[in-house]
Design a protein around this ligand. Structure first.
Ligand SMILES: [Zn+2]
Length: 216
């Protein structure tokens, strides 16, 4: 039977890195809803074009469009054994839609690892990011500081803080995530498939805890 994993975690918790580790270890494809949107839009598929019309109007893409993209992705041969879902679902309504969809594939959500960390840790990680103006090289005030403050080690260009990396934006993003997903977390916890993973640990330790949850 296919195995489906829903990976949850707020911005700054290192979800992308861990998704790669899980995909590599389990052999399950990493199905990121963000990537699916970008690919469908880039390839101007019917669904991509439809999604784009909503985005052009500044509206949210309806759930049925997203579900259709995921259905199409899960129908591909590499998802025969299951998939690691990332970025979807975000709400209880979407989780219910996902349950119906996975039933079409004789599957269900088997594991929901939720990587967490204190809000202050997430804010520190995300808001300390500085980007090189020339090549986009990324530094971090605390974890990967440039030799000279404000200057890129690699090409000597000026470093700046992207709007996305400014403290007020970061705080809002984290709070929106936590508020929006709280009911989803409760939904999966009630079903007994949610496992909290301490994302404040070193990356290797987080990976080990995750794989243990998945029985790997
Ligand atoms: Zn640079």
């Amino acid at each position: 039977m296919a195995t489906f994993i829903v990976l949850l975690g707020p911005p700054g918790v290192g979800k992308g890195t861990q998704a790669e580790v899980i995909a590599e270890t389990t052999g399950l494809p990493h199905v990121s809803s963000g990537d699916l949107f970008r690919e469908n839009i880039k390839n101007a598929t019917e669904l991509g074009t439809l999604a784009q019309t909503y985005m052009n109007k500044g509206e949210l893409v309806p759930d049925d469009v997203t579900i259709a993209m995921i259905r199409e992705r899960l129908s591909k041969p590499d998802c025969k054994e299951g998939a690691l879902l990332d970025g979807y679902p975000r709400t209880v309504v979407q989780a219910e839609a996902l349950e119906k969809l996975l039933a079409e594939f004789d599957g269900k959500v088997d594991y929901v690892p939720y990587i967490t960390a204190a809000e202050a840790t997430l804010i520190e990680r995300l808001s300390g990011r500085w980007t090189c103006k020339a090549e986009g090289h990324i530094f971090h005030e605390k974890y990967n500081p440039p030799k000279l403050a404000g200057i890129c080690d690699l090409d000597g260009s000026e470093l700046y803080q992207r709007d996305d990396d400014k403290a007020e934006t970061v705080i809002r993003r984290i709070q929106v995530y936590l508020t929006l997903t709280a009911p989803l977390i409760a939904y999966y916890r009630e079903r007994g498939i949610l496992s909290e993973i301490n994302g404040a640990q070193p990356i290797d330790k987080v990976s080990a805890d995750l794989l243990a949850v998945l029985g790997k």
